[in-house]
Design a protein around this ligand. Sequence first.
Ligand code: SR1
Length: 362
Amino acid sequence: MIRVRHVGAALILSVLTLAGCSQGTTNAAPASAAPPQSPQAAPTAAVPAKFASGDVRIALVRQLSSGDYFEQWLAGAQAEAKALNVTLEVSSGDGNNDKQALNLEQAVNQKADAIIVDHGFAQTVQPAVKKAADAGIPLVAFDVAPGTPKAVVLSQDDHQIAEQALGALKADTGGAGEVVYVYVAGFAPLDRRNETWTQFKKDNPGVKQVAQIGVVNSSTASAVADQAKAALQANPDVKAIFAPYDEFAKGATLAVKELGLQDKIKVYGADISTADIGVITEPDSPWVATSATDPSNVGRVAVRAAALLVGGEQVGPALKVPPALITQKRLRDGAITNIEQLTQAIPALSTPDVARVPWAAS
Ligand code: SR1
């Protein structure tokens, strides 16, 4: 477990009175509402005493931690914890669901002030989530079904992610042609994206899925590249690969390039990172569109939601962070080479109004 104690922010927080917890509702956006963008906002409430004294411990219990998405997400969560003067106790199952469940049990036993469960399979996390809920520990569940209405459910809008990427695929293919699909069942965000893909195929009978591939492990991209190469060699008429996770899309891109098929086959993905921007914009890249949130923003939202619960505020019951469609053309035309430039070009990727903390500047 990594323990990160953030004390610097106490200086910022202490400019406000230490008059105790503010109770009440916040302007946390409900699910499916498009959050309005706001300029930098000043605090509107006093800092709860426990936050001012630096005594808040939030456990972040992760299923996965490797890969661009999860690294950026953690960086955002840590930055928000620092800003809120919270100790973030981070553990990862590293893809081992039993290990994640043990880490979750440990967070409950150690009486964390709040717990964020980040991904995971319902059957392995729900027993410990129930213990946390029974013990009155506030919970935020990101990309995992908590099995209790007591947890705030945080997600990206996964149906919209798939819709945006598939909209680009349809525009480019005219809604007809053979497609390779990359998917692994059991991961809540991928399952939701799969619902949209299933409907898309019904709505577009000219689109024919000729192969389904996919693996999630510590080297997802290279494993998917190997699978994609085999699928493409077996199906020479494929026009597109739908790969709605950036590690999938990177693997698909590698396969297409290694086979020299980039003029014929395009990749439609999900997620974004500075490294992904490099892959999408490199010469001859077949990865032409991705639908994504800013992962570090989502990590920030998770910590804010947990902090609000610790502070006695009402949140949720569900929070959704909307994605944006990012095309290769837009990145190239805008000479965008990293996430910072991207978030400046697309301000909607920052969502300060989702789970805004009234005692903090945002
Ligand atoms: C294995 S699940 C991977 C997905 O989790 C997050 O929702 C990211 O968007 C990523 O695509």
